[in-house]
Design a protein around this ligand. Structure first.
Ligand SMILES: [Zn+2]
Length: 475
């Protein structure tokens, strides 16, 4: 089956976090009552005239710069004509042949191999409304709050050659956009949406195979699964002598399959033409420079710095810098506790586990850099053991209390008094003659059991080194 190569291109829509919509002053806030954030402009009333939101252009340029694009001095808006009930004007204001950014790239890392994926273009456009289809009754409700929210569409070159590369591309793209702060890029809330174009062709062939577009993928994992499914389907169709149809297919998450929606329309079908209500966008070089100055340090640069400055491994640096919030938290913790590796281990271990389970970023938790630094200091001083530190961490994560307060309230201070531990050790030896005998006859496993008994009686508070030492002495 490896005689085919896979060609994937991704189109990613990102909602820009402007206060107001792209062509009117309606708020962009998510979750308002239906049809409350609307006006004659975004509802497309006859005679209402759009005025471009400068912030939306600034954000689009910022995305372009972060993705190594050229920023042309002029761009313009075009009408993309189609009828659908979520689009009251029956055309979407978008950009066709003169987008705001061109010819960029980003770098991905798959199985230790770096690869550059080209970005063809980034264009600005308005979002459509949202249809809510009734489960029973055969009707749909239209909410136009989202209509007119600014979007950028980021189109990759067809240079992605596997579903894994597609996932890596999306993760890197999301990370870069998050760093710029122009969007919260939450796939679950629809502020990042992805469509994929996929085709396969015999290895060595110069011509592209028949292309299929896939929609309705609601997570990066879904993108990867849908593409894996399509690669398989294409290969099977060709192997059995069949022909593929150029079409749009929908990913069905529950059944793990794609389903044909419609045969694919060509750009001609949209009858693009310049929007006569909007003047061309002029982007002076000086403004581009001002925006470039506002760009923060981006993930790749930060990762390299972490390897040099903090001596983190490539892997650790990659994991910590993938999220800006995580990297900021890491650096804030280091201001109070200067051991990069120890801080990185906590972030990538217990903390990452909680964040993944709850699907949140670290700044959305009750945890603070000071709390983590204090916990690590308590460990260093021997006030608490490593095992107790985990207990304190759980409580700290849940309640937001300071670790010292938790230790005091719950009486978790480590017992390092030899006399106190010796008494418990004597008790354990007296109560477990069988284990004592096993240990003396050479069974090392019995030692673990006896240590466990001491820890149980002291509720995990005994200093483990002391327990081991005293047990060995007395046996
Ligand atoms: Zn409006």
């Amino acid at each position: 089956m490896s005689k085919y190569e896979t060609i994937i291109g991704l189109e990613v829509h990102v909602e820009l976090a402007t206060e107001t919509k792209i062509f009117c002053s309606c708020p962009t806030s998510f979750g308002s009552a239906p049809n409350t954030n609307v006006c004659p402009i975004c509802l497309g009333f006859p005679g209402a005239l759009p005025v471009l939101n400068k912030k939306a252009v600034e954000y689009a340029v910022m995305a372009g710069l972060a993705l190594n694009c050229e920023i042309p001095a002029f761009s313009k808006f075009d009408r993309k004509n189609y009828f659908y009930p979520d689009l009251p004007k029956a055309y979407q204001i978008s950009q066709y042949d003169q987008p705001v950014a061109l010819n960029g790239y980003l770098e991905i890392d798959v199985d230790g191999k770096e690869k550059r994926i080209g970005i063809t273009r980034i264009h600005l456009e308005e979002d459509a409304g949202k249809l809510i289809h009734a489960e029973y009754g055969g009707y749909s409700l239209a909410d136009y709050n989202r209509g007119g929210v600014p979007l950028i569409e980021i189109v990759s070159e067809p240079e992605i050659n596997s579903p894994e590369e597609a996932k890596a591309y999306l993760e890197k793209l999301r990370s870069i956009i998050l760093y710029t702060g122009i969007s919260d890029v939450k796939m679950e809330e629809g502020s990042l949406r992805c469509d994929a174009n996929i085709s396969i062709r015999p290895v060595g062939s110069k011509e592209f195979g028949t292309r299929v577009e896939i929609k309705n993928m609601n997570s990066f994992r879904a993108v990867q699964r849908a593409l894996e499914y399509e690669v398989q389907r294409h290969q099977e169709v060709l192997a059995s002598g069949g022909t593929l149809v150029q079409e749009t297919r929908r990913w069905d998450e529950n059944n793990g399959v794609t389903i044909s929606m419609r045969s694919k329309e060509e750009a001609d079908d949209y009858r693009y033409f310049p929007d006569p209500d909007l003047v061309p966008v002029v982007v002076p070089a000086q403004w581009v420079e001002e925006i470039r100055q506002k760009l923060p340090e981006l993930p790749d640069a930060r990762r390299k710095r972490y390897q040099q400055q903090y001596k983190l491994s490539a892997y650790d640096a990659e994991v910590i810098t993938a999220s800006k919030q995580m990297a900021d938290f890491f650096e804030a913790t280091l201001k109070e506790y200067d051991d990069p590796k120890a801080v990185a281990n906590w972030l990538m271990g217990d903390i990452a586990k909680h964040l993944n389970t709850e699907g949140i970023e670290i700044n959305e938790t009750k945890l603070t850099p000071s709390h983590l630094a204090e916990l690590l200091a308590l460990l260093d001083k021997g006030t608490i053991s490593g095992k107790i530190a985990k207990t304190v961490f759980e409580e700290m994560f849940a309640s937001g209390k300071k670790p010292a307060q938790i230790v005091e309230e719950k009486g978790l201070v480590q017992i390092s008094d030899e006399g106190a531990i010796a008494a418990v050790v004597d008790q354990v030896i007296a109560e477990n003659p069988k284990a004592v005998e096993d240990y003396r006859s050479g069974q090392q496993k019995a030692m673990g059991f006896l240590v466990g008994q001491v820890m149980k009686l002291t509720r995990g508070k005994a200093n483990p080194q002391l327990v081991n030492k005293l047990l060995r002495e007395k046996l």
